[in-house]
Write a protein that binds this ligand. Sequence first.
Ligand code: CTP
Ligand code: MG
Length: 335
Amino acid sequence: RMVKRYMACRNDIHRHDAPFLAVYKSLIPAEEELEKQKQLMAKLDNLVAKEWPNAKLYLYGSCANSFGFPKSDIDVCLAIEDDDVNKPEMLLKLADILESNDLQNVQALTRARVPIVKLMDPVTEISCDICINNVLAVVNTKLLRDYSLIDVRLRQLAFIVKHWAKSRRVNETYQGTLSSYAYVLMCIHYLQQRSPPILPCLQEMEPTYSVRVDNIRCAYFDNVERLSTFGSSNRETIAELVWGFFNYWAYGHDYANTVVSVRTGSILGKREKDWTRRVGNDRHLICIEDPFETSHDLGRVVDKFSIRVLREEFERAAKIMHQDPNPSAKLFELY
Ligand code: CTP
Ligand code: MG
């Protein structure tokens, strides 16, 4: 009887597909916004090339990984191969150049954890942060984008999870909750774990792309157009995946002992990573391995208070998916 009721519930979930897809569609940025981003990049490229002819600008983060919301700020990395770049000096110089070329609100934050220059472009009204030589972020941005090209359900799930996290205020790393980057990795991992899988593990396949960044080898299979039917034997739909994602993080995940790992497409033990005890400020209360900087736990920002907030929110979301007549509205109610 239990099994039967569970099945009925899972079948019933499909009537929520259309409302969830509508939420997803409403969150996709318009083409003209992408055009404006390109326009601003071209302007910045020009200014940078005049001063540093061997530097290159890259977009990274949500504006380039295909998980960006409308009207978000853009993240830019200035890459320059020079063994002794003085980042603060270079940022101050860059700020000067930007200011004298009519960009507004120019601010060099040279002492931040990731030093940046902030600016606002009055023509496109886009705000932008520029950092120097954060090349790993450019590479992990490409990894996320490549995963998004394999199966559209990743983009659907990640937009809904990000929208939920922002609405419920659990997307605030300075408050001890998780970054958007962490949530997207959680979504990729979830889809790798489905049976049959919806996403492959690109880093376990024969590499077609390989770069070395700060002594870390970043290599994976990036011919993703060849994988466009990879997930097609799995017929799960968006409402079912949202249901399963929250159910996993509310009731299925072993927080005490395990680490989710997109790099291996599997669940690792905390022991093998030596993430069993607190070291400095890293508590490892929820463990999400960075795909390239494998010593980085993206859950390291979570403390003993915020872990409770997070888990309560996962449970709230799971309950709504189980019981609420209108989950696609209730899930995103503002906290
Ligand atoms: N990043 C990283 N390591 C982290 C956090 C972020 O390498 N611990 C990099 C990733 O390349 C990520 C980018 O910084 O894509 C931006 O991170 P974040 O602001 O979390 O994500 P966005 O995709 O920009 O999301 P949002 O829409 O919330 O701005
Ligand atoms: Mg961002």
